[in-house]
Design a binder for this molecule. Structure first.
Ligand SMILES: [Fe+2]
Length: 244
């Protein structure tokens, strides 16, 4: 059994299409939220997620568009994109966002949230102190997260109580160790922020106990021109070239 893990598509149709073309031999997909926001193709991306029958949780941008998170929480560019996204959104797609869950179970002690188990929508797990607190407060083997758009893995060793971080901005393999617990971010499909502009996704291999993270190129210039032509903030197009 292999599960394709995608997150933070952010209305980027070119990136999700490249990722889906690249993913092979998975039995199921899960999406960790932020299907929309920032990008110019929100309806397309929601409909793509529906097409692949993907189990999906909502992100802060999805719920902000659905009116369930206060947009004052967001910076200017994000707020502009949320307001822009809500205009062309079809009613059925708005309902889809509005009804998304906040947590998905993959198997015993393995689950996925958008931000963190303690605050599924808004908390970023960016440092070892935060990860350490989450490991102490929640009992899981693996927690998959999105939200930060940074591909990487925090691991907690039961032997010495140490938390380590490994950057996976160029992809790689995480072999699941029986004596460790993990917080894994497979990166962002549509707006990577880890310095690598290529779209990021993961595959969780339940039988072989491994998570592989992959990067795939997509036609960034086409995505950028759509964002600019839509009248969205220019910074949202520019940042795609740098992966920041
Ligand atoms: Fe996001």
């Amino acid at each position: 059994m292999k599960i394709g893990i995608i997150s933070d598509i952010h209305g980027n149709s070119e990136a999700i299409n490249s990722v889906l073309k690249n993913i092979k031999e998975v039995d199921e997909f899960i999406c960790l939220g932020d299907i929309v926001g920032y990008g110019a193709d929100p309806n397309y991306c929601i409909e793509k997620i529906k097409d692949i029958k993907c189990r999906c949780i909502g992100g802060n941008h999805d719920f902000a568009v659905a009116g369930k998170v206060n947009i004052n929480y967001f910076n200017y560019a994000a707020r502009s994109a949320i307001l822009w996204t809500s205009l062309p959104l079809k009613k059925e797609n708005l309902n889809f966002l509005s009804n998304l869950k906040r947590r998905i179970e993959l198997e015993d002690n393995v689950f996925a949230v958008h931000g963190s188990p303690q605050d599924p929508l808004l908390e970023y797990i960016l440092d070892k102190d935060t990860a350490s607190f989450i490991f102490s407060k929640f009992n899981f083997k693996i927690c998959f997260v999105g939200h930060s758009h940074l591909a990487g893995c925090f691991s907690f060793s039961e032997n010495n109580n140490q938390v380590n971080y490994m950057n996976f901005s160029n992809g790689g393999c995480i072999e699941i160790n029986t004596n460790k617990r993990y917080i894994i971010n497979c990166g962002s499909v549509g707006q990577p922020r880890d310095g690598n502009p290529k779209a990021s996704y993961g595959i969780y291999d339940l039988k072989n106990k491994a998570v592989n993270i992959y990067r795939v190129s997509y036609p960034i210039n086409l995505t950028k021109s759509k964002i600019i032509n839509a009248g969205l903030p220019r910074s949202l197009a520019d940042r795609l070239s740098y992966g920041r």
